[in-house]
Write a protein that binds this ligand. Structure first.
Ligand SMILES: [Zn+2]
Length: 303
């Protein structure tokens, strides 16, 4: 009985803290990756306060919560994260928060399981890099609109208006992506990167995609993986391979060296943004800017 009373006191204290947070009327939202932060800021606008845990160049697979993060999470009204074990080292933190009735929302819940790319080797059994199909991001936009509206019904109209405007921009982005890719001959659409972040991209836009590391960056590529992929690059006469901004470039440099040692010259086609956007305040610091930059970089290097 004592335990229950103690638990209730804690819950009561937590609720009164929540009420205190609500007094200025702003919904406090915490997000994980820069892609999610950008989306939620676009929809919430002036009506919410967004704190993103991860910055530019931060790898979500390896990210661990700091004490400051836990504090931010505990004071949030809503927490949006990627889900499908994207944030592999935060899963326990989110589960704990959910069990305390904090609003933790994986944006992957916006998608029908049947549309996810499966992976028996990954903890969630699904590929978590869902943002690389703009159609997915449109569905997630509507999902975030709905979730923010539930949390703050008095601003529902504003969230819906912002959501519609953003979805229109995503439609234009999707058209631009397809137009740019249409200039690249089909046989040259082979994308080799540091880790398996681009399978949804490949499926949506007709690329064969190969990552040197698996779905997570937690396991490094072995010598055999490098040699196998080097042979593949030579067989397919792939012109360029790509570094990722959130993964150390040594893996791709080792692959380039392996290809060159077999007598074929493969270029490094540039740095792609995979699991994090570019610096805040730059064009590549937005989802739309990042996607446009990636597609231009890929097509220019492989042409
Ligand atoms: Zn990844």
């Amino acid at each position: 009985m004592k335990k229950i009373v103690y638990a209730l006191i804690i819950i009561g204290f937590a609720w009164s803290c929540k009420d205190a947070d609500q007094t200025d009327g702003t919904l406090k939202v915490v997000t994980t990756t820069t892609m999610i932060t950008d989306l939620v800021e676009n929809i919430g606008g002036e009506y919410i306060e967004v704190k993103g845990l991860m910055g530019s160049g931060v790898d979500p697979h390896l990210y661990k919560a700091s004490e400051g993060d836990v504090n931010k999470l505990a004071h949030a009204h809503v927490i949006f994260y990627g889900g499908l074990h994207l944030e592999g080292k935060l899963v326990e933190v989110f589960e704990k928060m959910a069990s305390q009735n904090l609003k933790t929302i994986p944006v992957s819940d916006a998608l029908d399981e049947k549309t996810l790319i499966g992976s028996e080797f990954f903890a969630s059994n699904y590929d978590p890099h869902i943002w690389f199909d703009v159609n997915n991001w449109e569905l997630i936009t509507q999902f975030v609109v709905d979730k923010l509206s539930e949390a703050k019904p008095e601003h529902k109209a504003a969230f819906e208006k912002n959501g519609l405007e953003y979805m229109a921009k995503l439609k234009t982005l999707n058209e631009n992506i397809k137009n740019t890719i249409s200039t690249l001959p089909a046989e040259k659409r082979i994308l080799v990167t540091a880790h398996d972040a681009f399978s949804y991209f490949g499926q949506a836009y007709g690329f064969e995609v190969v990552g040197l590391q698996g779905l997570s960056t937690a396991t490094e590529a072995g010598v055999q993986d490098v040699q196998k992929l080097a042979t593949f690059i030579i067989d397919k006469q792939v012109k360029a391979i790509f570094i990722e901004s959130s993964v150390p470039k040594r893996t791709i440099e080792a692959l380039q060296a392996a290809v060159q040692s077999k007598g074929f010259d493969v270029q490094i086609g540039g740095t792609l943004y995979s699991d994090a956007l570019g610096n805040a305040g730059t064009v590549e610091g937005t989802y739309i800017g990042m996607f446009t930059y990636n597609v231009n970089t890929i097509v220019n290097a492989l042409k």
